[in-house]
Ligand binder design. Structure first.
Ligand SMILES: Cc1cc2nc3c(=O)[nH]c(=O)nc-3n(C[C@H](O)[C@H](O)[C@H](O)COP(=O)(O)OP(=O)(O)OC[C@H]3O[C@@H](n4cnc5c(N)ncnc54)[C@H](O)[C@@H]3O)c2cc1C
Length: 386
């Protein structure tokens, strides 16, 4: 799946214009209202952003992973909350259906996900199952041709906006092979939402608990119709998501570095712009070099992902490299953000300057879709395998 070069160039140019003219000027609105303005969401739908990773025959734009990484890199140049509105539709919410769903499920859901008519969330994490997701406790018990689901999902991105969930629940015994992935409409009786989570950053993003109390779902809503393979589906989805997040981290690192360079040229101390001091130059140079390394990893890994067949075609080597990329890029943007705050001096601690806000925003990237420690475990397991 790939968009032809000319159409992709046009899409990217109009997206970059949209980011500069519409999103960057609205960054303060996110901070003030803790929400993304409805007219911006509507424009993002019109641009097709909810469907960039969904093939054209299901109503999307059908970008390759490499192209998606370019687009997400651009989106990293503004507040991350804008991307989050359609992030679950592009990534973790939709890809399980695309990779492993039946044709009927794809037809029923993907066009509405691609258009943005339906927001879909990914519900794996639970109060007692985070990094160890295979130990999840949400139970789905067969009752005739339905499952009855009980449990709680935690920190679910876009749950307050969602029309449906891709939700992992236990249909069998303990461990990964007892887990199935369900598609569950959000208005199914028995589903309720917790209060919105108050977070360190990324104001304008929405997360909360999803509580399931005797939720009856047709057995036909299991992704692919096959119980017991939901954990594999979830892991394939996360694999792909790691590249997406890495590209986002690089975009944000570039924005932070650009802002820091501008500040270093502008701010004068000791009668000179601070950018003339070698200690400031060292921080800028380190940030540029690390950003280049991260972006090179993203591009290389995305190309390998596409070469191996794209969505759902997992290759152990590419999975391991995606973990390396996620670990490096999300840690890298943390260091770049820290230096950007330092270069801004006291202003870096003041909300009016974006460095303070982005410093908080990027912290999440090291935690979700597999913490840095989980990426280290995946990489080491690959190295030490027989
Ligand atoms: C804002 C936000 C949005 C999120 N969105 C979603 C979503 O949409 N859907 C979803 O399903 N989940 C979502 N999550 C959940 C997220 O993926 C988890 O928080 C993350 O996977 C970590 O799990 P945990 O919080 O339970 O931490 P824990 O697993 O309890 O980890 C705590 C610490 O222990 C470390 N640790 C754990 N196991 C090991 C080990 N074996 N070796 C070494 N160190 C270890 C971790 O790295 C971490 O440092 C979101 C979280 C947040 C904060």
């Amino acid at each position: 799946m790939t968009l032809d070069t000319e159409s992709f160039s046009l899409l990217r140019a109009s997206l970059q214009r949209f980011i500069d003219e519409r999103l960057k000027p609205a960054e303060d609105i996110l901070e003030e209202t803790d929400d993304v303005p409805a007219d911006i969401v509507s424009d993002m739908k019109d641009m097709g952003l909810f469907g960039i990773s969904i093939p054209e025959n299901y109503g999307g734009i059908g970008l390759s992973m490499s192209q998606e990484c370019d687009v997400v890199y651009d989106l990293g140049h503004t507040a991350l909350a804008f991307r989050s509105v359609f992030g679950t539709n592009v990534g973790i919410g939709s890809q399980g259906i695309l990779m492993d769903g039946t044709e009927e499920q794809k037809q029923a859901y993907l066009p509405r996900i691609a258009s943005g008519e339906l927001i879909i969330s990914f519900a794996l994490t639970e109060p007692n199952a985070g990094s160890d997701a295979a130990s999840l406790q949400t139970k789905a018990e067969l009752d005739g041709d339905h499952y009855v689901i009980n449990g709680t999902k935690r920190f679910i991105t876009n749950a307050p906006r969602a029309g449906a969930f891709t939700l992992m629940a236990r249909t069998g015994g303990p461990g990964a092979s007892g887990i199935s992935a369900f598609i569950i409409p959000a208005d199914t009786p028995g589903i309720s939402l917790g209060k919105p989570d108050k977070k360190m950053g990324q104001r304008g993003t929405k997360t909360c608990d999803v509580v399931l109390d005797n939720v009856r779902v047709p057995a036909a809503n299991i992704i692919g119709g096959v119980p017991g393979v939901g954990f594999k589906t979830a892991m394939k989805v996360l694999d792909r998501g790691r590249l997406h997040l890495s590209a986002l981290a690089c975009g944000m690192a570039h924005r932070l570095l650009t802002d820091a360079v501008e500040y270093a040229k502008d701010r004068k101390q000791f009668g000179r712009p601070i950018g003339e001091f070698q200690l400031i130059q060292g921080m800028l140079a380190d940030s540029q070099a690390e950003l280049y390394a991260g972006l090179s990893m993203v591009r290389d890994c995305a190309q390998r992902y596409d070469a191996k067949g794209g969505a759902g075609k997992t290759d152990p080597e590419v999975s391991m490299l995606a973990s390396c990329t996620k670990m490096f890029c999300t840690e890298m943007v943390g260091r770049v953000a820290d230096r950007a705050v330092q270069i801004h001096g006291g202003a870096g601690y003041i909300s009016e300057y974006k460095a303070e806000r982005f410093y908080r925003d990027v912290r999440l990237l090291r935690l979700y879709e597999g913490t840095t420690q989980i990426q280290q475990m995946i990489i080491a397991k690959h190295l030490l395998r027989d």
